[in-house]
Write a protein that binds this ligand. Structure first.
Ligand code: NDP
Length: 252
């Protein structure tokens, strides 16, 4: 994939898709900076990455992407440690259920601060460095960005925003040699629903009600998303920009 020694910054790397993505880049020989709030989990991910690639120790950055000072620190620490930035993976995100009738403005702001504003802020600070490296950006969106599902209104809106951000930013940055793409996962087995306060049963019920089903008849694994993130970050996808790639087991 020609990602050996490339500097890759991944948010939300303490679990799920981000952790799998960190492992996949480590296996490629990349220098990785992993971001999250949970230091214990981040250190575990870092240890796994080191087993895959003994040459590069991951840089662990404990930070909250909704805090402006933390976002500045994420970029500064990555640059200070590795001296460059080649790939930005905007993966950190939260799921929240709710309709127009029961999502408060505070809840709406919380979802948009994590899923949208932080992505804008981190990308804004990363772009000058990506210009120098002619780097790539991969945003982790959702199938909920591509089509509407009931019961996750603000989340759906946040991911649709990420898709348009991806498309518009790709146009802006193409002349500077930076490619910007998104992956749009379907249901992937991670902690995201538990973090949203849903039990296993409530999650299954929600998926049935929202008619989130996949042609392949199973949910995806984080590693199956990581593969596409690595591909979109690499030169193997050199003629792809502004794309939103569904990784959803086939629309059903
Ligand atoms: P997880 O809950 O397993 O991982 C979410 C990650 O985001 C964690 O590492 C968490 O780290 C981090 N995160 C959340 N909020 C913050 C914050 N304020 N600051 C820093 N880090 C934060 O979920 P997934 O792996 O499933 O989710 C990853 C992405 O994939 C999200 O953007 C999600 O919307 C998207 N997605 C997931 C799908 C699924 O079915 N799982 C489907 C479609 C899209 P920490 O707690 O350490 O801060």
């Amino acid at each position: 994939m020609h990602l050996n020694d490339k500097v890759v910054l991944i948010t939300g790397a303490s679990s799920g898709i981000g952790a799998a993505t960190a492992g996949r880049f480590a296996a490629e020989g990349s220098k990785i900076a992993i971001v999250g709030r949970n230091e214990v989990n981040l250190r575990k991910v870092a240890e796994k990455c080191e087993l895959m690639n003994a040459n590069h120790k991951p840089l662990v950055i404990v930070a909250d992407v909704t805090k402006d000072d933390d976002v500045k620190r994420i970029v500064n620490e990555t640059l200070a440690h590795f001296g460059a930035l080649d790939v930005l993976v905007n993966n950190a995100g939260i799921l929240a259920t709710g309709s127009i009738e029961n999502t408060s403005l505070e809840q709406f702001d919380s979802i948009f601060n994590t899923n949208v504003r932080s992505v804008y802020h981190l990308t804004m600070l990363a772009v000058p460095h990506l210009v120098q490296s002619k780097g790539t950006i991969v945003n982790v969106s959702s199938v909920a960005g591509l089509r509407a599902f009931p019961g996750i209104l603000a989340y759906t809106m946040s991911k649709a925003t990420i898709d348009q951000f991806t498309a518009a930013l790709a146009l802006e940055l193409a002349p500077k040699g930076i490619r910007v793409n998104a992956v749009n996962p379907g249901v992937i087995v991670t902690e995201i629903h538990r973090r949203a306060g849903m039990s296993e049963e409530a999650y299954v019920e929600f998926l049935e009600k929202a008619k989130v089903t996949h042609a392949l008849g199973r949910p995806g694994e984080p590693e199956e998303v990581a593969e596409s993130i690595v591909f979109l970050a690499s030169d193997k996808s050199s003629f792809i920009t502004g794309a939103c790639l569904p990784i959803d087991g086939g629309r059903h």
